[in-house]
Design a protein around this ligand. Sequence first.
Ligand code: APR
Ligand code: ZN
Length: 235
Amino acid sequence: RKGRTPEEVVKKYLQKVRNPPEEDCTICMEPLGGPSGYKGPGVGGVSRGESVGRLVQCGHQYHLQCLVAMYSNGNGDGSLQCPTCKTIYGVKTGNQPPGKMEYHVIPHSLPGHPDCKTIRIIYTITPGIQGPEHPNPGKPFTARGFPRHCYLPDSDKGRKVLRLLLVAWDRRLLFSVGTSSTTGESDTVIWNEVHHKTEFGSNLTGHGYPDLGYLDNVLEELRAQGITEEDSLND
Ligand code: APR
Ligand code: ZN
């Protein structure tokens, strides 16, 4: 995947569209039948015959140049996400800082899951210096509240969630560096878009148990990051 230009990456996921529909490109809001409204840096010359593309899986259509510009603004990991329906092409990765993810079973039951033990996940991330993939490269970031402890029921579904979380960790999708919405602190490690249960015996914070919808919700959040059961078997 290394060495591919943004245009080559984007084209892997596109079919050509000979006769664009009379609709606007939802990236630049200009008609698909005309030129891309995006004239940002990193957008190469695109010949006329291939100016509009259809994403192969979801079918949404955009100016090729608009998708190239969108990809060039991202982390360059070779993956592309449809801005309309969020379908992911390739393998999405994030900018989670280095650290470790550990887990073990503890012999207690979570509220709402009386018939099984509990998996405790321990995330450890230490402060460091932001890399080029972070909001302020070269600047330090803080890491508050680590090690962070999280809980899953040790049931079939809870173990499935754990397998997918391990994939998400490897793809650097569980944490990010940014501004904490809880504390307002910037340049700090924050949870990314996959919710975790950090409270064990109650649900005073909303991040605890019982919460009967939690496992299905987190599976849906993982799916939105492009992670499904097949990934945990293949990775
Ligand atoms: N436990 C689990 N998830 C949380 C918590 C929490 N205590 N607080 C917030 N979240 C969720 C939010 O619902 C949101 O979806 O994390 C997401 C990002 O929220 P931020 O406040 O930006 O994240 P962060 O600063 O990392 O978390 C705040 O979570 O685990 C604790 O020690 C941590 O007290 C800190 C809190
Ligand atoms: Zn466009």
